[in-house]
Design a protein around this ligand. Structure first.
Ligand SMILES: Nc1ncnc2c1ncn2[C@@H]1O[C@H](COP(=O)(O)OP(=O)(O)OP(=O)(O)O)[C@@H](O)[C@H]1O
Ligand SMILES: [Mg+2]
Length: 248
């Protein structure tokens, strides 16, 4: 069963935002997904309680008395949200069952330093070291007017970790989460620029999640400048690659 863990020991780096979105995306793919909340704050559990039952279902986390993840019957995919500061045994326990770790990283020296320390601990764990668990970095809350996305991409490349793309800073994330929703649950075109930014991240995840490749043409290479450029698209335009914007 594919297990995707969202990990970064830096608090406030966007882990719960990433985890809720991944769970919602999987639910929209028609799979039976469980959102596990290893975080004592139980942020994603609180979010799930706000979720409209009419939306694609996400099962809540279940723990037994030994605090071990208990997967309900029928669940085929698991997304795990984790707390800031996670390290040592707690980190190893989460990674032991993970097939992918996504690390959301905000743009500041403090964020990168903390993420680098977390990365060093992660790659020493047998499951990552052996390649049984893949690791990818996503630039989080990126201001399109700055070179922040580029800086995170260069930093990820220097670490030798796949850079999956960036997500822009927008209240759309904050507002949709407050309503128990995600960008993937919104109708209309308010989310089109954000869906484009998700495309390379989800393309990376599809084989790990045992899902068929995307039927839509998506961005071939996650160049943050190009992804940020894409946010200016109108609903009548489609981004098909680094150089091409199609109108339809
Ligand atoms: N792309 C975004 N645009 C705007 N706000 C965002 C974005 N991503 C996350 N946020 C906001 O940033 C804050 C921190 O995000 P989040 O709670 O997901 O981080 P976290 O890593 O789970 O934090 P913690 O370590 O405390 O668990 C939240 O208020 C969230 O709404
Ligand atoms: Mg959180």
């Amino acid at each position: 069963m594919p297990v995707i863990a969202v990990i970064n020991r830096k608090g406030g780096s966007g882990k719960s935002t990433m985890a809720t979105h991944l769970a919602a995306w999987l639910a929209h793919q028609g799979v039976a997904v469980m959102l596990g909340d290893v975080d004592r704050q139980q942020s994603t559990r609180a979010w799930l309680k706000r979720r409209d039952p009419a939306l694609p279902a996400i099962m809540p986390w279940a723990i037994d008395q030994k605090n071990v993840l208990k997967v309900p019957p029928g669940v085929t995919h698991v997304v795990l949200d984790t707390p800031g500061g996670i390290h040592g045994f707690e980190l190893a326990k989460v990674v032991m069952s993970a097939d992918a770790v996504i690390m959301p990283v905000c743009h500041s020296m403090f964020d990168r330093e903390s993420a680098a320390a977390c990365h060093a601990e992660l790659i020493a764990l047998p499951r990552l070291a052996s390649g049984r668990c893949r690791l990818g970095i996503v630039g989080m809350r990126i201001d399109a007017r700055t070179r922040a996305g580029q800086a995170i991409q260069e930093w990820a490349q220097a670490l030798g970790v796949p850079f999956l793309g960036v997500l822009r800073e927008t209240q759309l994330y904050v507002k949709s989460l407050e309503n128990g929703q995600t960008i993937f649950d919104l109708s209309g075109s308010s989310n089109s620029a954000d869906l484009l930014q998700w495309a390379p991240i989800l393309d990376w995840l599809r084989p790990i999640a045992k899902l068929a490749p995307s039927p839509q043409p998506t961005v071939p290479a996650p160049n943050p400048d190009e992804l940020i450029l894409a946010r200016t698209l109108s609903p009548h335009e489609r981004y098909t690659g680094p150089q091409f914007l199609l109108r339809h």
